[in-house]
Design a protein around this ligand. Sequence first.
Ligand SMILES: NC(=O)c1ccc[n+]([C@@H]2O[C@H](COP(=O)([O-])OP(=O)(O)OC[C@H]3O[C@@H](n4cnc5c(N)ncnc54)[C@H](OP(=O)(O)O)[C@@H]3O)[C@@H](O)[C@H]2O)c1
Length: 330
Amino acid sequence: MRVAINGMGRIGRLIFRRLFNDPAIELVAVNDIMDPQNLLYLLKYDSVYGTFPDELTLAAGNTINGRCPVRVLQNPQPVTLPWKELEVDVVIESSGRFSSRVAAGEHLLAGARKVLLSTTGSDDIPLMIYGFNQAGISKDTDIISPGGCMTNCSVHLLYILNAIGIETAQLHFLHSYTSRQELVDAPHKEYRRGRAAAESIIPVPIDLHHSLERVMPGLKGKLLSLSTRIPVANGAMADFTVQLSREASVQEINKLFRVAAAGEYKGILDYTDEELVSLDYKGNTHSCVVDGSLTSVVGRHLKLIAWFDNEYGFTSRMIDWLHYWKASGF
Ligand SMILES: NC(=O)c1ccc[n+]([C@@H]2O[C@H](COP(=O)([O-])OP(=O)(O)OC[C@H]3O[C@@H](n4cnc5c(N)ncnc54)[C@H](OP(=O)(O)O)[C@@H]3O)[C@@H](O)[C@H]2O)c1
């Protein structure tokens, strides 16, 4: 499978690092608007995940040495990218700029066979959460939205809890800051996103509940969501407050997740009773890790806490998608 990445930010670079030595995938090109030497530097040195152990050099023709040479492109317009010439099977669209069907479709017009977004795209792109509804893919599916990190965490938690029954749920995420905020106070159309990211606890509205209703229509009208950005560079904690349809004990709730983690959800969802903090989840490959030590109930009112690495966990699902696509012969 020949793969290209468009948008070499946090997600694009982490996927690069993880595909660089993957024998099942040929990473053939990366594209961003930044200078290629600057990209090489950012691929090598990462403030969250440390220094990349392999030597990375930029050879003639702007290719990075690798198992197969990786062409480095610097082009802002997907439709003009050389995907046909490079025989690209899948473009990972991780610039965050091309997530509607028309915009992401530019990669198809440029010659790629499939596009895998790195976010929840517009409603006309199938929203497929790995570990939940990936079997709904067909050979004709040409653009997939795999959801975002919060969607990938929430779907499994809600689906499993729905075995008991969910009347309503408030989904709150404490989430590390991202490039969609400002480092120092600056103008922003969402005022709070324009406040210094490492200085404050910053609530930002999200429409996660809308995405979740798309894949779990039975929960329509029962969910609301909010994200609060916190002054750390990596990591996230889901804090769900759920009104259950019936009373359930902490033991019953935790057992549901412990069993799911050891069985059907192995590799996707995990469970722990250990008293850990966000840094301990850096590099964790799961979409979420339920923290049983923090589960609490009062009457039918449940508080459920789960952790995830918003970058590493999410890119693990993106890579699962590539392998799944390859194995199913797309
Ligand atoms: N970070 C996370 O935790 C996370 C988790 C899950 C999903 N996601 C999603 O993944 C997407 C990317 O997030 P990110 O955190 O990786 O963002 P990011 O660090 O800002 O990366 C985006 C990259 O794309 C580049 N870019 C901008 N315009 C481009 C163009 N026309 N063509 C090619 N590249 C272009 C950006 O350059 P400039 O910086 O110069 O604009 C930047 O290098 C977003 O949709 C986000 O919601 C992020």
